[in-house]
Design a protein around this ligand. Structure first.
Ligand SMILES: Nc1nc2c(ncn2[C@@H]2O[C@H](COP(=O)(O)OP(=O)(O)OP(=O)(O)O)[C@@H](O)[C@H]2O)c(=O)[nH]1
Ligand SMILES: [Mg+2]
Length: 351
């Protein structure tokens, strides 16, 4: 996953690491043996004896004799100019949206420029930490815990999935329904894609395999009615979660977007989840933003990360929409769904 991006980040770490190595100067810290009573040193006067103080009981404690060599580096804006330019290019080549690449570069610059930093032997660490902080900051907008939300929300929780054609909505619903079932929630699926031929059969097969009730009508019927039926069924049977599929549609298709708005009006979703594929890169980010403008989403699922070397959409999508990534799809199996956690994500970029 995201191998090209990982290579580029590690390239930046190496380049800047060697600049730091060249500029680093040794500093010598010497701590002398000191035989003054600590109490005196603290009070600053020989006369005053804090008799009951614990210091006086310590008596003539000696500090350890030590001689420590460390290195220190001061990076100017000029030192970072070329490496940061390369970083920005690398991020753009990895499909990051321009504003996100700029935000990351700015954050790395702010962290590294103009202050004197003590460094150890491994100069890469300071660069890695700056990069991690920068990427974490752009990704962690609105951290949202899906599991906590499901646990605490009034039941049934109505979750509707939207996105363009073929991005993985139906598969993600199947994965998520299994995940929720494994967590002992009762789930019902609404076959809200009444538009594409074969869509109802496709989700029916998943529902049967996983052992989950499916609410469906015939092809061509009103998706708002299907989702309504599913919510009514869930209410009547004390079902915890409704997962509603919808037909893939372009955000530019006015009629199909109006149909989606009707679904949301008839049975307002507790969570409206936008699904797109990581491999679509900047296009996915753009679509997320436009869906979000048309019908405000609550978060995104990014699928096919197993086939995406660039990683840019994963980093950009939360920043651009201001809504969290909830899950990553990492394969075609039911268990190939990773709950998204920005900290985990950032760490695995440097593994
Ligand atoms: N490798 C990989 N393939 C995936 C992933 N998620 C979905 N797919 C595949 O992508 C294809 C499309 O998935 P669907 O779930 O049918 O997509 P959809 O968004 O429901 O498509 P429409 O209903 O046509 O709009 C299928 O072949 C899935 O197996 C993933 O995380 N990784
Ligand atoms: Mg589908």
């Amino acid at each position: 996953m995201f191998d090209k991006l990982k290579d580029k980040l590690s390239g930046f770490k190496k380049t800047l690491g060697s600049t730091i190595d060249e500029k680093a100067v040794p500093i010598k810290e010497t701590v002398h043996v000191d035989s003054k009573p600590i109490a005196e040193e603290i009070s600053g006067s020989k006369g005053s004896k804090p008799e009951e103080s614990s210091f006086s009981k310590v008596g003539f404690a000696q500090k350890a004799k030590s001689l420590v060599f460390e290195r220190e580096v001061f990076l100017s804006e000029k030192d970072l100019e070329d490496p940061l330019w390369e970083l920005e290019m690398a991020l753009l080549e990895s499909d990051l949206a321009v504003s996100v690449a700029e935000a990351i570069v700015e954050s790395v610059k702010t962290e590294l420029v103009g202050t004197s930093k003590k460094i150890g032997r491994n100069t890469g660490n300071i660069v890695e930490q700056a990069l991690k902080n920068a990427i974490y900051n752009v990704m962690s907008a609105n951290i949202f815990d899906f599991d906590e939300f499901i646990k605490n929300a009034p039941k049934p929780v109505n979750v509707v999935f939207v996105g363009i054609n073929g991005t993985g909505k139906t598969t993600s619903i199947a994965k998520l329904s299994k995940r929720l079932k494994d967590m002992d929630y009762s789930v019902v699926i609404a076959a809200g894609d009444t538009f594409r031929a074969g869509a109802i059969d496709q989700i029916a097969i998943h529902a049967e395999k996983i052992g989950i009730k499916l609410i469906k009508q015939k092809e061509g019927s009103d998706p708002a009615a299907v989702v309504y039926d599913a919510v009514q069924y869930a209410k009547a049977h004390n079902i915890d979660v409704v997962l509603a599929d919808t037909a893939g549609r372009m955000h530019t298709n006015i009629n199909l977007m109006a149909q989606l708005k009707k679904v949301c009006r008839v049975t307002p979703p507790d969570l409206l989840i936008f699904v797109d594929e990581a491999v679509a890169g900047n296009d996915a980010v753009e679509r997320a933003s436009q869906f979000n403008d048309a019908i405000p989403i609550d978060g995104s699922i990014l699928t096919k990360t197993d086939a995406d070397a660039k990683g840019g959409s994963a980093i950009s999508i939360a920043y651009i929409t201001g809504k969290p990534i909830l899950f990553l799809g990492m394969g075609q199996g039911y268990d190939d769904l990773q709950k998204f956690d920005p900290e985990w994500f950032v760490n695995q970029l440097f593994e």
